[in-house]
Structures are given as structure tokens and as C-alpha cells.
Write a protein of this length. Structure first.
Length: 139
């Protein structure tokens, strides 16, 4: 778990992240925990909290989910389900199998938000698009 308000991170997550960086040599994992990521995700989650739209029955869908580095540990214990969607199969596998395998309410899919995945989002309470600047305009 990551607690952005208390500025803490779960030791097991930290160890998994360090192990994956060492074994895969993927520097984008570090980028997913950068100062800018913390700032933007903290602001996003602050606004979500202020809107008071999530509860234990909510479903959150995250487009351009990347590894889920900050959003999964912050949201998973607050909602019923999180759907992670990203085009990059390697980041999906890493998030699912190496960082957050213990989160039973998180589903991970590789795919394009503009394709067949729309049926998965019927019950979504909140859509978070972390990569809109990299996507075609949404209609």
C-alpha cells in the first residue's frame, strides 16, 4: 500500500519494484514513481476524494494504466474492482505478476481502449485516463 497522505510505501512493494528494476533493466519503472508521477497522482486522488464518488461497491477503470504504480495501492482497498488497461503487454504483466499479484480486485488487460474492451466498463463508477495526451481524441 502507498499512503500519499502519510508519505509511506509498503515494504514488499518497494522490494518488488527494486527487484524488477534490477532484473529487467527497465528504467521506465523508475519513471512510474517519479516526483511528477507522485505530484500528478496525488492531485488526482485528492480531487477524487473531494468529489466523494467512490465506495466499497465502486469500479474504477484506468486507461493507459502503465504499471499501476501509485493508483493500484491507493485505490484497491477503497473500491470493489479496478480494471487496468494498457497497450503494453510487458507493463501489464509486470504490474499484475510482480507488483500487485496480491490484489484480488484488480484485473489487468492489454488492449486499446477504442476497441472491444468497452463491455468491461459498463459498471464503471470512475474512469481515469492517465495517457490522454498519447491517444487519439475520445468522442
Amino acid at each position: 500500500m502507498i499512503d500519499l497522505e502519510k508519505n509511506t510505501i509498503d515494504l514488499d512493494l518497494f522490494k518488488n519494484v527494486l527487484r524488477e528494476i534490477k532484473n529487467s533493466n527497465r528504467t521506465d519503472i523508475l519513471d512510474s514513481f517519479s516526483d511528477n508521477q507522485f505530484k500528478s497522482k496525488t492531485q488526482l486522488l485528492k480531487m477524487v476524494n473531494e468529489c466523494d464518488i467512490l465506495d466499497k461497491d465502486s469500479q474504477v477503470s484506468i486507461f493507459g494504466s502503465w504499471y499501476g504504480s501509485l493508483l493500484v495501492p491507493f485505490l484497491a482497498h477503497r473500491v470493489n474492482k479496478i480494471i487496468m488497461l494498457d497497450l503494453d503487454d510487458e507493463v501489464i504483466r509486470t504490474g499484475k505478476n510482480r507488483f500487485f499479484s496480491n490484489y484480488e480486485n484488480v484485473s489487468w488487460s492489454t488492449g486499446d481502449v477504442f476497441s472491444k474492451w468497452r463491455d468491461d466498463f459498463v459498471y464503471t463508477s470512475l474512469f481515469i485516463n492517465t495517457s490522454c495526451e498519447h491517444m487519439q481524441p475520445m468522442k
